[in-house]
Design a protein around this ligand. Structure first.
Ligand code: NIG
Ligand code: FE
Length: 412
């Protein structure tokens, strides 16, 4: 496929640039007035229109006059397998109840788990597929999906099998994360070790046997899993080769960052709460800091301090956190807008954080996350726009016009 007359070809990072830190995050290489050639699902070549090679002039072409071509969004943190939405909690939230209060009143993760336990694998697959398709139409073409609404061996495995079906069904990379340590089921309220033993001795061996997960996650937070409990679970996961990506510092500074770094986490996600110590712990690690501003927007909790993380040279990624409780949206365009509007990231920083660094947080940045010769041709063509910054500026609008997956038009 040949795309010509592109107003701006965005995110031309060199092949060896696998993650962006500090001031590099603000550098978004763009080629104006360009052409782009895709072949066998890969990015084959690109250049300026004024030196368009006559050797490819005979190929059928897509005219992108006035439009930009972006690498697809890489959404490295989602919970899109769930049985039902939770808008009954929406009214409670509007009345002023906090996330913790709603959970204590029978809402929250346990509410979702009860519903998921009663749903069939087919039902879960169908509804998650609808969500994923909608995300792809909005420009996303790589996702991580977590379990964590099962909370029994049977239902956690059911969720992970649904994720595997999504992997088989969609032409995009999908990573599966095992998150049984999302909340303690009611019957283990006073027997935390009993549930942890179930995770370690029963769930993990079965999941490893079926090769159902790529990563392991723990909701390390006051009222959920303690630092010591998190450490135990991450160490057990490591025995099966599962690297951690953990929910850290969402509601409080809890020691989650320290335990994550100690266990060589690929990413620490949320960090709405942080302090100098959080930053110092992360300074000497390769761990990616994944920020989820739609969650702050919806819950009304603080936005993460993206600027301090970037200033400290940490690799910052942006993701949606799409889930029925804290972020009922999988729209990466809105995440990028919030990154700019609420976290004061520059458009270039937010776009890099949502593409190359998102790919890095799923360990796929060798093949995805930028427009680089030899990488997979997963991209989107915008509607006509005056500038790149117009995409995050025009929040709530959809500037994604045409979606290309593996070098072929998928939508638009
Ligand atoms: O990332 N914090 C934990 N997990 C989700 C919310 C889950 C839920 O409320 O259902 C999150 O925000
Ligand atoms: Fe989450």
């Amino acid at each position: 496929m040949l795309i010509i007359n592109i107003k701006g070809l965005v995110g031309l990072h060199p092949k060896d640039k696998l993650v962006l830190r500090g001031c590099e995050l603000g550098k978004l290489p763009v080629l104006v007035n360009a052409w782009l050639l895709l072949e066998n699902g890969l990015i084959k070549d690109f250049g300026k229109m004024n030196s368009f090679p006559s050797s490819i002039a005979h190929l059928p072409s897509y005219n992108a006059d006035g439009r930009y071509v972006f690498p697809s969004w890489c959404d490295s943190h989602t919970h899109i397998v769930f049985a039902a939405s939770r808008e009954e909690e929406f009214a409670m939230k509007i009345q002023g109840k906090t996330y913790e209060e709603i959970a204590a009143a029978g809402g929250g993760i346990l509410n979702s788990a009860g519903k998921l336990q009663n749903a069939s694998e087919d039902e879960l697959f169908e509804s998650a597929a609808v969500r994923l398709k909608q995300m792809i139409f909005q420009g996303t073409a790589a996702v991580e999906i977590k379990s964590g609404y099962g909370l029994t061996t049977e239902s956690e495995i059911k969720m992970l099998r649904v994720i595997r079906r999504l992997k088989d069904h969609f032409p995009i990379p999908i990573k599966a994360t095992f998150l049984a340590a999302h909340a303690f089921p009611a019957e283990f309220k006073n027997d935390h070790q009993g549930y942890i033993n179930l995770i370690i001795n029963e769930m993990l061996p079965l999941i490893a046997k079926e090769n159902l997960a790529d990563y392991i996650d723990v909701f390390c937070e006051k009222g959920f899993f303690s630092v010591e409990e998190t450490d135990q679970i991450l160490k057990a996961g490591a025995k099966y080769g599962l690297k951690p990506k953990i929910h850290a510092n969402q509601l409080s500074v809890s020691g989650a960052i320290e335990v994550a770094v100690k266990n060589k986490a690929i990413s620490v996600d949320h960090l709405e709460e942080s302090n100098e110590e959080t930053i110092n712990t992360l300074r000497n690690a390769d761990t990616i800091v994944t920020l989820l501003p739609s969650c702050s927007f919806y819950l009304g909790i603080p936005f993460a301090d993206a600027k301090s993380f970037i200033k400290a040279d940490l690799p910052v990624a942006l993701a949606t956190d799409y889930n029925p409780g804290s972020t009922p949206s999988g729209n990466m365009n809105f995440v990028v807008s919030l990154g700019c509007i609420k976290m004061k990231m520059f458009p270039e920083q937010a776009i890099n954080a949502a593409t190359l660094n998102g790919a890095a947080a799923m360990e796929i940045s060798k093949d995805y996350g930028s427009i680089t010769i030899g990488k997979k041709a997963n991209l989107f063509i915008t509607k006509p726009m005056p500038s790149i910054a117009y995409l995050p500026y025009s929040f709530g609008e959809n500037q994604v016009d045409t979606v290309i997956l593996n070098g072929e038009i998928y939508h638009g």
